[in-house]
Design a protein around this ligand. Structure first.
Ligand SMILES: Cc1ncc(COP(=O)(O)O)c(C=O)c1O
Length: 354
């Protein structure tokens, strides 16, 4: 810590990303990455863009990419804002719509980056407890002061609301923005994107990290009313005009144009999720109804912390959150069928030995 820091920095508890281990090769089920490779079209486009053009600054408006994203999502390019991963887009949303407007509402169990952004921008939060079954109590998100941030499907529970419920939250917050993070929507939930034409306060954030196997390329985007997109551009152009490099823009545009490959990978992940869930239940786990690329599981007798450590020792990484209400659960990303065979075999051994 340094006395030269801005005073408010001392109080910020930074977000801690899932481990990317270097010590040995693990079955990596801890950061919700997609186990399948990205589309070959993406790699071809990146190689084609990796030439003399790198002398030049990239397109600050990501024009070709924005058009490809808009076409893939069924909206107009003016309704799309591209960013360097959805984390960056979310941070810019907090700055554009929630700063200086009062108290922001969010669930107690959700993506743990939200309270960090709030703290960074000096936004006070009204934390609403999820229901006992870990679902989002929709009506408790009505009539907020500064706005609402919600993930759908929620993370780490994986539980999804129907799009109409997101619409109800937007309808009942007419004076502020409802930010809906759809990082995992492609694995089986219903997107609220079609509702942006009905609710000019509804902003959806998406990512290519999970569904398109492109966590390393850092591509996120927001979809909403043109006026909201203008607000986001104002924030971006006050920090960094070139958030996406030329290679990322080329690769991501190719991904949007190869949507059938992405849907096929997501369908495989969803199928493996269902199969794995059945197998975990037979081992004594209780699971939420996840519509994401992870499951959220609690064992009837073994503690989550014990299982987390034992799995790690046996070469399988999962995510454990030592936080109230969910410290008895593990979040396990869905890998290939072969990854999950290993997970189940290792778990069987561990449970027998306890
Ligand atoms: C709910 C949620 N939103 C957003 C993100 C960030 O995704 P990215 O910055 O890779 O687009 C994550 C990553 O794990 C997430 O779980």
């Amino acid at each position: 810590m340094s006395s030269l820091w801005s005073p408010d920095l001392f109080d910020i508890d930074e977000y801690v990303p899932g481990e990317q281990p270097k010590d040995k090769k693990y079955i990596k089920l801890n950061t919700n990455e997609n186990p399948y490779p990205p589309s070959e079209r993406v790699l071809e486009a990146i190689i084609a863009a990796a030439g003399d053009g790198l002398r030049l600054y990239p397109d600050p408006n990501c024009s070709e990419l924005t058009e490809a994203a808009a076409l893939a999502c069924g909206v107009k390019p003016e309704q799309v804002f591209m960013g360097n991963g959805s984390d960056e887009v979310l941070a810019m949303c907090f700055r554009a719509f929630f700063t200086g407007r009062g108290v922001l509402r969010m669930p107690d169990i959700s993506y743990s980056f939200y309270p960090v952004y709030a703290k960074l921008y000096g936004i006070n939060c009204d934390i609403v407890a999820l229901s006992d079954d870990l679902s989002i109590p929709v009506e408790k998100f009505f009539n907020s002061q500064a706005g609402v941030v919600i993930a759908n499907p929620n993370a780490p529970t994986g539980i999804a609301l129907p799009a109409a419920e997101i619409g109800r939250i937007a309808e009942n917050n007419p004076g502020c923005v409802v930010l809906c993070d759809e990082a995992y929507v492609d694995f089986g939930a219903e997107s609220a994107v079609p509702l942006i034409s009905k609710y000019n306060n509804l902003l959806i954030v998406r990512t290519l990290s999970k569904s398109a196997s492109l966590a390393g390329l850092r591509i996120g985007w927001a979809i909403g009313d043109e006026k909201l997109i203008k607000g986001l551009n104002k924030v971006k152009n006050s920090i960094n005009s070139y958030t996406l490099d030329s290679l990322a823009q080329a690769g991501a545009a190719a991904a949007f144009k190869d949507s059938s490959y992405i849907s096929a990978c997501c369908a495989k992940v969803a199928q493996t999720r269902e199969h794995t869930s059945e197998r975990l239940k037979k081992l004594g786990f209780e699971l939420t109804d996840s519509k994401s690329n992870f499951v959220f599981a609690r064992h009837s007798t073994a503690s989550a912390e014990t299982l987390f450590s034992a799995l790690r020792q046996n070469g399988v990484l999962v995510r454990y959150f030592k936080t109230p209400r969910i410290s008895d659960r593990l979040r396990i990303s869905v890998g290939t069928e072969e990854d999950m065979d290993i997970l189940i075999a290792v778990l069987e051994r561990i449970l027998e030995s306890l």
